[in-house]
Design a binder for this molecule. Structure first.
Ligand code: FMN
Length: 390
């Protein structure tokens, strides 16, 4: 698809669904269990009204900001997502290039199909590295050293995946980890020839590129299948070994934030993994204000899970997030149009942020405050669930 014809994240999602075998699309699109949390992530954003200011000159809107020392063109970063090679053979290096062109940060996933050293060579801007801890401490230490030597400045450790992910949709679709070829998957591939050609041969078309596909699976399986609990002791150990900013991804409670700040963590990502792990976890926007208030400025609070619109970015910043991250939006874009697709989704989201800021009457990111949101409509859950929205 020529992704210039897509005008929203949802357009790109539909294009991705057409291009990919259904079982593969579901791996990206789906959530855990009954997908309650996946749904709540969207519903919670949709329930928060925006309260625009009038009498403001919005002829010039500046979306730039600084996140943990990195200057970015907008308060929207790309979340770490494994499986990029399943969306498009150009995979993580393409995402890194597009992020660099758009002037924002890409958090390279621990389960990246390409080695961190290869991805950073493609980057035009700052990259962060996301870590899943493995049981073998020596392997963790070695990886952290490798990542630092490669030039990554910020390390992001994910704490919400202490056990192997379990998604019934994938099991029903016959997609297991590690992935094993089956007649069903082969048939689905035949029905989606453009996707299959790219998956099997890559964009170079020089020959069978199954090696890269296989490496992507092996790396992901390796990172995730042996993932383990991250305790305070592990964070302390990482803090001792990592010189740059340290971010913890997967926080959903305010009462843990002071301890993280004490441990020397520089930032937390309020995340429920896009509704892919604990079904029943709250929508992130519903707990954001609680986490921000608990952080009391001691560390930066970021948010992901369900961000699809520029107006969602304004809602999250109004409730105290420094920036947001998106996962599926750029994965759909990658599937729909490769690297150009990722350019397109970042262009769309940037334009939406400019439009949303203009329409709520702010010209800089710093001006976005709690007065711009709420009160929640009467049909919504009680205000205290949202943590005291002004
Ligand atoms: C296909 C896919 C793979 C993911 N892989 C990882 C991963 O390897 N590490 C990680 O910390 N989070 C991973 N996530 C979660 C994202 O980083 C992020 O929290 C989530 O996608 C945000 O929600 P959104 O997709 O609604 O934007 C993955 C998400 C998706 C959709």
């Amino acid at each position: 698809m020529r992704t210039t014809r897509a005008h929203s994240v949802e357009d790109l999602r539909r294009a991705a669904r057409r291009r990919m075998p259904r079982a593969v699309f579901d791996v990206v699109d789906g959530g855990a269990g009954d997908e309650h949390t996946l749904r709540w992530n969207r519903e919670a954003f949709e329930r928060i009204p925006l309260r625009p200011k009038a009498l403001v000159d919005v002829a010039h809107v500046d979306t730039t900001t600084t996140v943990l020392g990195d200057r970015v063109s907008m308060p929207l970063l790309l979340a770490p997502c494994s499986f990029a090679r399943m969306c498009h053979s150009d995979a993580e290096p393409a995402v890194a290039r597009a992020a660099g062109r758009a002037g924002t940060v890409y958090v390279v996933p621990g389960g990246s199909g390409e080695r961190p050293e290869v991805v950073i060579r493609s980057a035009g801007g700052p990259l962060w590295y996301q870590l899943y801890l493995k049981p073998d401490q020596a392997m963790n230490d070695e990886l952290v050293e490798r990542v630092a030597a490669a030039g990554y400045r910020t390390l992001c450790v994910t704490i919400d995946t202490p056990i192997k992910p379990y998604r019934e949709k994938d099991l029903r679709n016959g997609v297991t980890l590690p992935v094993s070829p089956s007649p069903r998957l082969a048939l689905a591939g035949l029905a989606h020839p453009r996707w299959s050609r790219d998956f099997l041969f890559g964009t170079g078309g020089a020959g069978l590129d199954l090696f890269a596909a296989r490496r992507a699976y092996t790396n992901f399986t390796d990172a995730i299948m042996h993932s383990r609990s991250v305790t305070a002791g592990e964070i302390r150990r990482l803090r001792d070994r990592w010189q740059g900013p340290l971010v913890v991804k997967g926080v959903l409670r305010g009462d843990e934030v002071a301890e993280m700040a004490d441990l020397g963590v520089d930032g937390v990502v309020v995340s429920n993994h896009g509704g892919r792990n604990l079904d029943g976890a709250p929508a992130t926007i519903d707990v954001l204000a609680e986490v921000v208030d608990a952080a009391a400025g001691r560390l930066d609070v970021l948010l992901d899970s369900g961000v699809r619109r520029g107006t969602d970015v304004v809602r999250a910043l109004a409730l105290g997030a420094k920036a947001v991250l998106v996962g599926r939006p750029y994965m759909f874009a990658l599937a729909a149009g490769g690297e150009a697709g990722v350019d397109r989704v970042l262009e769309l989201l940037h334009n939406e942020i400019v439009r949303a800021m203009s329409l709520v009457g702010v010209t800089t990111v710093k001006e976005i405050d709690r007065s711009l949101v709420g009160p929640a409509p009467a049909t919504a859950r009680p205000a205290d669930v949202r943590g005291g929205t002004a």
